[in-house]
Design a protein around this ligand. Structure first.
Ligand code: CLF
Ligand code: SF4
Length: 541
């Protein structure tokens, strides 16, 4: 199967993305540029608001939403789920257990040597566990990390291709740790047959990876599926997969299970199709749509990697996400975690919880201790929210173009604060800041610049490339050499907001930036594009 080259409209998205941070492609541009926004003929029209009726979207508020933006029962489900609430992901952790090794389909971006790329990134292989080992591990992590609130099963194959292991793990855990939310991720092929089982075990959150709603496009992504005891290929395989995915999604929605849709953005294959996917899943009640970049390199040994299929740049990804705004709520804080990830999104503590280490640990699952710790987390989270509201209120009136939006990279080690040294960063969080808001729009992985107390100068250009579309980088501390390199690239290093909450710091810096524009001290310049790291990730990277 050949690789489709980007067509004219994708080129338009890319050119638009490259032009300027202030001129991202928007939904209006796409409305006027083609029919991508037209709802598929067989779908009901979508409605706005936060209603929970029928197959409509349960909330129109996005993952940054709070209790005022959605019904109480939905808020109760998402408030401390780090993937379903952007705000929660600064404070609450999740973990995965790798109990599901088999898969029933083949994706062109997957090499079975690695974890399922639908819900993880290539480059590392998880330690596979039995359900008993998995439950033991969850209890060990829960006793060490009281803010770990969610257990997900996301591979390393498909969680529903090995249903016995998946459900046995959930069943045992529910008995022993009833406060932990259960979550699973699937390609959807076996989903309709297992929806009742999902409800039986109170699994409140299900992710389905849906990369297309057009089987012709699907045939470029899936070479085969295993269906009805035989291998099915081509468009027929994609058609069956598509029908199962849509049916499964509708069934979950009808039963009140919150669903998230993961889509892998593959330039030239499904990028211009993504708006249609977004509309189709919204119409069937998906709570969230997570559009993730394809990670593709020859050394991953995947069909796409070996055939030169590239992943999107940071601004290409953002342009497609921005174009989907107004449809299903978007998740932009996904970290494409491993099937055995442990910790806050963006950190991976799985090495602390290998089977041999767990054997030596004294595991005390103390529900009261977990609750009292989470109460403290909640207090901190509310303080972060209040700081953001206060910073927004003090933005003030200036003789400056109100439509200016810029990206700001942030060095943080968690808690929603600017609290990491530039040299220690392995992941920058990126916020889009305007006079109206500071919105989390993504993250950028980088190689750690400071190694053993010294800066690795050859790493600096790749760090700059990763945040090259940002106007400033907020850090707790930064050395002279990287400071000069960043300034030379037009990125302002800022260490004036140490330990402050991120949104407040970003908004304060932006207020100062606008003042400098208003006074004529500086002129607002658009930034270029940035690269998404394509290399194999490791736990330390
Ligand atoms: Fe895991 Fe997925 Fe549940 Fe989250 S991850 S099964 S919904 S608990 Fe989260 Fe990781 Fe992204 Fe998945 S950041 S890859 S979206
Ligand atoms: Fe690989 Fe996951 Fe696709 Fe299966 S569903 S082929 S494990 S990426």
């Amino acid at each position: 199967m050949g690789i489709t080259r980007p067509n004219a409209r994708v080129k338009k998205i890319k050119e638009s993305a490259m032009q300027a941070a202030a001129s991202y492609i928007n939904i209006a541009d796409l409305k006027s540029s083609g029919n991508a926004l037209a709802a598929p003929a067989d779908l009901p029209a979508t409605g706005g608001g936060c209603g929970t009726h029928g197959g409509e979207g349960k909330a129109s508020c996005g993952t940054s939403g709070g209790p005022d933006d959605m019904p109480q029962e939905i808020w109760d489900k998402v408030k401390n789920h780090p993937c379903y609430s952007e705000e929660a992901h600064h404070h609450y952790a999740r973990m995965h257990v790798a109990v599901a090794p088999a898969c029933n389909i083949q994706c062109n971006y997957c090499n079975r040597k690695y974890d399922c790329s639908n819900e993880s990134r290539p480059g590392v292989v998880s330690q596979k566990l039995t359900p008993e080992q998995a439950v033991k591990k969850v209890l060990a992590v829960a006793s060490e990390i009281p803010q770990m609130t969610v257990l997900g099963i996301a591979g390393p194959g498909d969680s529903l291709a090995s249903p016995k292991k998946t459900f046995e793990t959930f069943r045992m855990l529910q008995e022993q740790a009833p406060d932990i939310k259960l979550c699973l991720s699937t390609n959807g092929l076996a989903l309709p047959d297992l929806v009742d089982e999902i409800c039986k075990y109170n699994i409140d959150h299900v992710t389905i990876t849906i990369n297309m709603v057009d089987p012709e496009i699907g045939a470029k992504i899936y070479p085969w599926i295993f269906w009805d005891h035989k291998r099915v290929t081509g468009v027929e395989a994609a058609r069956i997969l598509h029908e199962q995915q849509m049916k499964g999604l509708e069934m979950l929605t009808a039963r009140g299970v919150l669903t998230k849709i993961n889509s892998v953005l593959i330039p030239g294959v499904n990028d211009e199709h993504m708006i249609e996917v977004n509309k189709a899943v919204k119409a069937r009640g998906a709570f969230l749509h997570n559009i993730m970049p394809l990670i593709s390199e020859p050394e991953h040994g995947t069909y796409f990697g070996l055939n030169g299929q590239r992943g999107p740049s940071a601004q290409e990804l953002k342009a497609v996400q921005d174009a989907c705004m107004g449809g299903a709520n978007l998740m932009r804080h996904c970290r494409q975690c491993r099937a055995d990830a442990v910790g806050l999104l963006g950190e991976d503590r799985s090495e602390e919880f290998t089977l041999d280490k767990i054997e030596e640990m004294e595991v005390v699952y103390d529900l009261d201790r977990r609750r009292s710790y989470q109460d403290k987390v909640e207090t901190e989270r509310q303080a972060q929210h209040a700081a953001k509201v206060e910073a927004l209120a003090s933005q003030g009136e200036l003789e400056v173009d109100d439509s200016i939006k810029v990206l700001v990279a942030v060095a943080t080690k968690g808690g929603g604060r600017v609290n990491e040294h530039f040299g220690h960063v392995t992941e920058f969080q990126v916020f889009e800041v305007s006079a109206a808001e500071a919105l989390f729009v993504g993250h950028r992985r980088v190689d750690q610049y400071c190694q053993g107390g010294f800066g690795e100068d050859e790493q600096l250009p790749s760090v700059v490339r990763a945040i090259n579309d940002c106007h400033a980088v907020l850090v707790a501390k930064i050395g002279a050499c990287p400071r000069d390199e960043l300034k030379g690239a037009g990125i302002e290093p800022v260490d004036a907001y140490v330990d402050e909450f991120i949104e407040k710091a970003a908004l304060s810096w932006f207020a100062d930036y606008r003042k400098r524009i208003a006074s004529g001290e500086i002129e607002h310049q658009a930034r270029g594009d940035a690269s998404i790291r394509q290399g194999a990730y490791t736990a330390a990277a």
